[in-house]
Design a binder for this molecule. Structure first.
Ligand code: 6GP
Length: 830
């Protein structure tokens, strides 16, 4: 009977497969249908934006079809599922990525051509979905793409912020923040599920009640908010599998405030209900400092509670109520500590609602969670004041205390009464402000704790989580980050994509990035070199045009395009870059005309956002503009040196900037960048890297060899030694000179820049700009020298791409799937 049912289902799927046709005529019909009936414009008259909307809806239809098929298949086969819990996803645009993954880009291009539109032009109409800050959030997006492509039965869960990461505008060289109204023009990529809603509770009290002779804790909440699901289908490449990213939005609950109604205060009651909806309103724009704000905690719990209700409901549908099976069916991944309240929440559900005993519940919980940390510094780790947690989530605080007291008891048995160590490892931090250490909680309860590069794990072992590592060495692993070559080559660099496929004789590398190694076979081929350089030139032209429209600065295509784009942080040392540029400018000014001719012209490009409250980072942005103004207007210098700041750096800007870069800079003080993923995107685009041996750079060096990039600066051990030296540290004269120029007001704003200069003064220079400056300049000189030898440069560029295969997020995800999540591919056969 099962065979018959299966055959019938397969016949049905074949029929359904025909439902939406993908030939250009059908696509045109669908687009025009959406112009008329979805967008509500006449099919005889619509503009580019309306055409984009209609196009997006026709793509969405195709996504939905596959997404349904995938989920029906998952439901039928009941595989163990991965739930990827993350408060941030930096998806960027969806159109190009979707049609490429669906494999129908050419057909759409043709269909649009006949309608008088160009695909690329319409793609530019789309705004970015920026529901995240930086590296962590973009990593989640890359990993979702890999999960779909590799057919894993995975779900992403996140929050649907009404306002994503702020827009950065620059006024007079200063950063200003504006809200990101990304939903104002509608979002064709999501599906609102008005029937998928859950109630999320806050505040209130905990009571103990007798049930059948047993005592149980019952949480009587003081406020209830509703979570509504918005689903975002994410297609894999070269597969029908299309997985779901489910984002939650807050809606006021249907429970009406009767008391307010009785007293007649109808208006206030309605207004108060709206307050509930503010929970998912806005993304917190700090990527590393945690301020223990109530709203942030509310966001976290709102997200955790809705996601877990959804996950447990699905589990119960498939496994009935046998919670012993939970570890075989469910893997919960904590993307940093932000979702770690999940641990207390699962305990609460199992103990209070499902009435499992504490020990049994704990044994289950310890088998289902895995955790990845994305930071290095202990100060960056999340701590939540116990008072705050107790008032918002009274039952969870009790559970956290209980988890901790069990843990402390066990720990004493293992390590004895070493009170210092016990207090360092405790989940509860006693002190002026008693607080909950979310990282300790995550480590205690997860079966695996992951770093994001080898060096990162080493740092965690010897520094940040030393005590835990000594207790549970087997828990600690690393999975070096990766990025998806679909977005970072195929979508963003179509000419390179064609060239690679031509010379490899296959498009197989789009699913298997290891094949890129085959480019090594052609590394000396003159035709290949010519075509390679052509591709770079085309991308540089695209970038040059963008620079001119954004900043009015005309740049020469013969110059080396030198790029540093990422969040602005002291540890990422954008200041080192700017100081290097000042030094270069200073040297140029002192050269005579003849010598200037020998200089490699540079276009220095810097971009990135500063957290709104991060004063020093904002000053770095201002300094960049002040220096740019001086240099770019110096007719003496002309095309030899230009400096441009690209405003509002985001995913779609990155797609334009990265392919056009010759050189990119990754300057973090060794030991501070957990991994770094920007470097991998540049690497895949044939851009040479200049940087420190930090994070994943160490592994990039292993892969492509020291000869093919420019490494400088103190390594991790040296950093520790240098810091010991304090105010006796030696700093090159050039550094002191540059610092003096800034201090003396050479670039204006003398007073404003003093405090910035203080941060790198000897004795105060925590990130060691001064002591790394000499070797930084040497690395820059080596880059100049290599750039002159175009054949050598091209070879290095080819070898960079050839060696980038290991930095595909496909590799990362496969490692997680096999060794951490223990999930198998589940490929929809239809
Ligand atoms: C970042 C790390 O700084 C970066 O090195 C890493 O590549 C990336 O995560 C992905 O793992 N961290 C964050 O963005 C962050 O918010 C709390 O950390």
């Amino acid at each position: 009977a099962f065979g018959e049912r299966k055959a019938k289902a397969e016949r049905m799927f074949n029929l359904m497969d025909q439902f939406l046709k993908n030939d250009p005529i059908s696509l045109q019909k669908d687009i025009l249908y959406h112009v008329e009936y979805t967008v509500g414009r006449s099919r005889f008259s619509f503009d580019d934006f309306e055409a984009y909307q209609a196009l997006a809806h026709s793509v969405r239809d195709r996504l939905i079809e596959r997404w349904h098929d995938t989920h029906i298949y998952f439901k039928r086969t009941k595989p163990k599922r991965l739930y990827f819990l993350s408060l941030e996803f930096l998806m960027g645009r969806s159109l190009s990525n979707s049609v490429i993954n669906l494999g129908i880009q050419d057909k759409y291009a043709e269909a649009l051509n006949q309608l008088g539109f160009e695909f690329e032009v319409l793609a530019e109409q789309e705004g970015d979905a920026a529901l995240g800050n930086g590296g962590l959030a973009r990593l989640s997006a890359c990993q979702m793409d890999s999960l779909a492509t590799l057919d894993y039965p995975a779900w992403g869960y996140g929050l649907r912020y009404e306002y994503g990461l702020f827009r950065q505008i620059i006024v007079d060289g200063f950063q200003h923040e504006q809200p990101d109204y990304w939903l104002n023009f509608g979002n064709p990529w999501e599906i609102e599920r008005i029937h998928v809603t859950y109630e999320v509770k806050f505040y209130g009290t905990v009571e103990e009640v007798d049930m059948n002779g047993e005592k149980h804790k019952v949480w009587i909440p003081g406020e209830t908010v509703e979570a509504v699901a918005y689903d975002n289908p994410l297609p894999g490449y070269g597969t029908r599998n299309t997985i779901n990213l489910r984002l939650w939005a807050a809606k006021s609950s249907n429970q009406f405030d009767l008391e307010a109604y009785n007293t007649g205060d109808y208006i206030n009651s309605v207004v108060n209900r709206q307050r509930a909806e503010t929970i998912s309103n806005v993304l917190y724009p700090d990527d590393r400092s945690h301020q223990g704000k109530e709203l942030r905690l509310k966001q976290q719990y709102f997200f955790v509670s809705a996601s877990l209700q959804d996950i447990i409901r699905r589990f119960k549908e498939e496994a009935h109520n046998n919670f012993d099976e939970l570890p075989e069916k469910v893997s919960l991944h904590l993307n940093d500590t932000h979702p770690s309240l999940s641990i207390a929440e699962v305990m609460r559900v199992l103990v209070d609602e499902e009435h499992l005993g504490w020990n049994k519940a704990w044994a289950i919980v310890c088998k289902i969670f895995s955790f990845t940390t994305h930071t290095v510094v202990a100060e960056g780790l999340e701590k939540i004041p116990a008072d705050l947690l107790g008032s918002l989530l009274p039952r969870h605080l009790q559970i956290l205390y209980e988890i901790n007291s069990h843990f402390m008891e066990d720990l004493k048995k293992r390590i004895g009464l070493d009170y210092n160590r016990l207090s360092r490892m405790s989940i509860v931090e006693e002190g002026a402000v008693k607080s909950i250490r979310m990282a300790n909680l995550s480590i205690v309860c997860s079966h695996t704790v992951n770093g994001v590069s080898k060096l990162h794990l080493d740092t965690l072992k010897i520094r940040t989580f030393k005590d835990f590592y000594e207790l549970w060495p087997e828990k600690f692993q690393y999975k070096t980050n990766g990025v998806t070559q679909r977005r970072w080559i195929v979508v963003s660099n179509p000419s390179l994509c064609l060239l690679i496929s031509k010379w490899l004789g296959t498009e197989g590398w789009i699913r298997d990035a290891d094949l890129l190694i085959g480019l090594r076979d052609h590394v000396d081929n003159a035709d290949f070199h010519r075509e390679w350089k052509m591709v770079k030139k085309v991308n540089k032209m695209r970038l040059a045009e963008y620079i001119e429209t954004m900043s009015g600065v005309k740049v020469s295509l013969d110059a080396m395009f030198d790029v540093q784009v990422k969040r602005i942080h002291e540890y990422k040392r954008q200041l080192l870059n700017i100081f290097g540029i000042i030094h270069r400018y200073d040297c140029l000014k002192n050269l005579d005309k003849n010598d200037r001719r020998k200089v490699v012209p540079r276009v220095c490009i810097i971009g990135g956002k500063a957290a709104p409250g991060y004063e020093i980072a904002k000053k770095i942005i201002k300094l960049c503009h002040a220096v740019a103004e001086k240099i770019n207007n110096d007719t003496d210098i002309g095309d030899l040196l230009k400096l441009v700041f690209i405003p509002d750096y985001n995913v779609s800007v990155a797609e334009l900037v990265i392919p056009g870069a010759d050189l990119s800079q990754h300057l973090s003080t060794a030991g501070h960048e957990a991994s770094g993923t920007g470097s991998m995107k540049f690497l895949m685009n044939g851009c040479l890297l200049l940087g420190t041996a930090d994070g994943s750079m160490v592994e990039i060096i292993e892969e492509i060899g020291l000869d093919n990039l420019f490494i400088f600066g103190a390594n991790v051990q040296e950093v520790a030694e240098l810091r010991e030296q304090g105010s006796t540290l030696k700093v090159p004269l050039q550094f002191a000179r540059v610092l003096r120029m800034v201090r003396d007001g050479y670039f204006g704003h003398k007073d404003y820049f003093q405090s910035l200069c203080d941060t790198v003064e000897v004795g105060n220079d925590f990130y060691l700009l001064g002591s790394d400056f000499g070797s930084y300049l040497e690395a820059q000189a080596a880059a100049d020298k290599a750039f002159v030898e175009q054949e050598k440069w091209t070879k290095m560029s080819i070898l960079s791409v050839a060696g980038s295969g290991r930095f595909s997020s496909d590799r990362t995800i496969q490692e997680y799937a096999e060794s951490t999540w223990k999930i198998d591919p589940c490929r929809c056969p239809f």
